[in-house]
Design a protein around this ligand. Sequence first.
Ligand SMILES: [Zn+2]
Length: 475
Amino acid sequence: MRIYNSLSREIEEVVPVKKGKIGMYTCGMTVYDYAHIGHGRKYVYDDVLRRILANNGWEVTHVQNVTDVGHLVSDEDEGEDKMEKGAKRAGKTVWEVARFFEKDFFETNDRLNILRPTVVARATDYISEMIELAAKLVGKGFAYDTPEAVYFDVGRWPRYDGLFGMKMSEKQTAVREGVRSGTYKKHPEDFALWFKRVGRFANHQMHWDSPWGDGFPGWHIECSAMAMKYLGATVDIHTGGVEHQMVHHPNEIAQSEGATSKQFVKYWVHYAHLMMDGAKMAKSVGNVLMVKDVEARGFSPMALRYLYLTAHYRTPLNFTWSSMAAAQRAYDKLKEFVVVARQKGTGVRAELSREKLKKLEGYGDRFGAAINNDMKLPEAMAVVWEMMKSNVPDLDKAEALLDWDGVLGLNLSAALVGGKAEPPIEVRELAAVRDTLRQQGFYVRADETRVEIEKMGWEVEDTKMGPKLKKITNY
Ligand SMILES: [Zn+2]
């Protein structure tokens, strides 16, 4: 498999540290609020990457952190701790807030058919590992103690400048005015490994004892401590949003490599953002949608996953309701196809002609080449639809789809279990139209709509809970 490495800025062949195994670390959520569908895109791509790696025969250990302490409002150590701020707003303890949003996060990911990581590491469970790492850096002269915090000294680590193509001079102009003043930092890019429970943090709810006194860890150090604990000094693949190229990931590299003198990560993978109305989806912009908002409009989480797959991971994806509806239609088509092909093809499977077999193998090869070439999923999806339109027999198409779905994760096989197919969006829309017509007394037109729905293979049953759609089984 080949992947674009943001560190070298080249597409490289993946060669893991240990033969047959891949260690993959993915930056996780700061659990102080609900995840939105911009986050969903990132975690679906992590999931697809993991599935592709496994598909190549590697045994993947996927580690993901849960940030429940230490992430301040800005990535540059300024403002309040996001967790403490969220707790204040909700009138709950920090621990309650963290557990609540962590649970919601993973349950939302379940609905997007994202596999749970091999290891989920909560920052608060690894305080001693973080202290140990910070102490090592102080001991080696890479970090220094001040009355407010222990800081990493980027001046002592020359490689810091220019990582991911981010020049220090550009970073400094990117940091907001006024943010840099009033601290004991030697250099504006120095970052906290350990905050002391003094001054603005005197009432911080979460705090632990350390060689530098009572306090709590900085955000960046958790990823280094937990990644190296589970995956060793050199991690094969580390992923994150493209915004982390500026501060978080350079900091992870600096503190890890400072401590071990070894390369921290072989391949850095960064995902572009989900956009809406031309702006990055973010709470600060106010254009946030959650998976449940998408569901409330009648779309399924799996159709959202399909939508994510239509843009390459290094290209921003612009979310619109019409692209969502198109994704739902395409997804429904695939799912229906698999169900119907299986229902029709219960007899003996015909042997494929040499021509068709060759064609089918060709599609398989091209699908494999697309996913293994820097996760080119739009290309892979184009192969899917080309095959769908071909003269390959339906049952063979369905088998190929189910096989490829091991990577795409669209859960197409779920439609086969118990034959509980979800009605496609056109059917649901018609059912809603029919319901409105009935309520307004247009019974003849409502009945015509019912016939139309039946032609599409669905039956409407009026229940106390409203109309219910049932698949016509011999359709
Ligand atoms: Zn991280």
